[in-house]
Design a protein around this ligand. Structure first.
Ligand code: 9WN
Length: 458
């Protein structure tokens, strides 16, 4: 597997050295048909990581990219849920907490996947249909046997993706608001973001069985990871989900953390757009296409309802207290990801993204969006989702801007993001002021988005 470097249409310049490194990272983390998120900190298959990884792999080998998602979806639950982790039975025991033993009770759930139930019971943002669409586009460029194989793959994936999106539109949106409800910050993929602080602080922690964190062993500075208090809350919420035997309706009726997540909702809109194209490719029935179209519209309306004109951002909504979670984070730009915006709203979002509240903040090492605005009192430049720059978020914004014809803004984001990776390596996240690489090194999804960027001519 390697990127076709000889392509004269792709001026790689100062980024050329990233390619062999990124390929090496994906090889190092390739477990045979699936990719671990990183070598030590995350030794299993994570849901939205896998989708981004498949986008990068599609640039190297479309069949391997397809396999990545087939493996993940082998863990899909009967109700359509795609679990946030599919565990590797061969990973060293105790290498990640909470590992498979912590979730073993899912076997009791009627919704659990039919085969070995070595999955978590939560989910993550639905990037998967976007990834499948990338695989289709890459296969179309190649043609021949690869395209034929990818068409067979689409035939298998389409119903699974439809079931996944239906699950999110029903179990996670009984209100039909167009917005996805999450039960746990882990479901957002932006775990300790201050987006969740107010809602989490209301959670009264009950008796959490004794546990030992493993994540702190894999970072140099523990301030890069969530605090112990945050972990207690995370574990308590998992405990409650387990006590409800993963029964979604029961959780919905009693859980102390129920939040409409605008980023997951926006990703679902973009994923439904991708699914509509996939539906065309597999000649899906008209009623299914209509169903998907309704969801796209409803999702955009839902996001529109979360707009805060004072901040010029879109806000998550705490269902239990029926109030918006007013904090400036990258999720505020979710409408950009959902697309279909009127010109004025698109310009407002781009201006805000480039303003001193995010990319234009004085003194940033690279002109890239910090996960939390440095103007927020809860900003922390080293702590995970409370400030650091995340390459996958840069990729999502770049892709959205490209899709909507904002090529100049997209190109600037891509250039800065690649400069950051060329200088700091393929880290999980970066200190926004110094550019220091943080978290796990050799992070698979960082390598994957780099490969996708480098396969594009500009
Ligand atoms: C919990 C794997 C995952 C990412 C998440 C990121 C982090 C896990 C953790 O790592 O979350 O799911 O243990 O902190 O926040 O986005 O999918 O890379």
């Amino acid at each position: 597997m390697s990127l076709p470097l000889e392509d004269p249409g792709i001026p790689l310049g100062r980024w050329r050295s990233i390619i062999p490194r990124a390929e090496e990272v994906l090889r190092l983390n390739d477990m045979g048909g699936w990719t671990r998120a990183s070598p030590t900190l995350y030794p299993h298959q994570w849901s939205w990581d896998s989708a981004f990884i498949a986008i990068g792999l599609a640039r190297l080998d479309v069949r391997r990219a397809a396999r990545e998602l087939e493996t993940l979806f082998a863990g899909q639950w009967r109700d359509g849920k795609v679990p946030h982790i599919v565990f590797d039975p061969h990973a060293p025991p105790g290498s990640y907490f909470p590992g498979p033993e912590h979730w073993a009770t899912i076997a009791e759930s009627p919704d659990a996947p039919p085969r070995p139930t070595r999955t978590s019971g939560l989910c993550q943002p639905p990037v998967h249909a976007i990834a499948v669409h990338h695989i289709l586009e890459a296969a179309r460029e190649r043609g021949g046997d690869e395209l034929a194989d990818v068409h067979r793959f689409l035939g298998k994936m389409y119903p699974r993706l439809l079931a996944w999106h239906r699950y999110l539109a029903t179990s996670r949106d009984p209100e039909e608001s167009g917005l996805v409800t999450i039960f746990h910050p882990w479901e957002s993929g932006t775990d300790n973001s201050p987006r969740w602080d107010v809602a989490l602080e209301e959670v009264q922690i009950g008796e959490v069985p004794h546990y030992e964190r493993k994540d702190l062993q894999h970072v140099e500075d523990i301030s890069e990871r969530p605090t112990d208090l945050e972990y207690d809350r995370y574990l308590w919420l998992v405990e409650l989900v387990k006590r409800a035997r993963y029964d979604e309706a029961e959780i919905y009726g009693s859980h102390p953390f129920l939040v409409k997540d605008v980023l997951a909702s926006a990703i679902l809109v973009a994923a439904n757009e991708a699914l509509l194209d996939i539906a065309d490719a597999v000649d899906a029935p008209d009623d299914e296409r209509a169903e998907i179209s309704v969801r796209i519209e409803r999702g955009r309306q839902g996001l529109h309802g979360c707009w805060d004109s004072g901040l010029g951002l879109c806000l998550d909504h705490d269902l239990l207290r029926d109030e918006p979670l007013r904090v400036r984070t990258v999720s505020g730009f979710s409408p950009l990801v959902a697309g279909g915006l009127k010109h004025g709203r698109l310009k407002t979002l781009i201006n805000n993204l480039r303003s001193p509240e995010f990319i234009g903040y004085p003194g940033l090492r690279w002109s890239l969006p910090p996960s939390t605005s440095p103007l927020e009192p809860r900003f922390h430049p080293r702590s995970y989702w409370r400030g650091p720059v995340w390459p996958v978020i840069n990729w999502l914004f770049w892709w959205s801007l490209e899709r909507d014809g904002e090529h100049e803004h997209a190109a600037r984001l891509r250039e800065e993001a690649l400069d950051q990776l060329a200088s700091g390596g393929l880290a999980e996240y970066f200190e926004p002021l110094t550019g220091e690489p943080l978290g796990s090194g050799d992070q698979s999804w960082t390598a994957a988005v780099a490969l996708d960027w480098l396969a594009r001519s500009d």
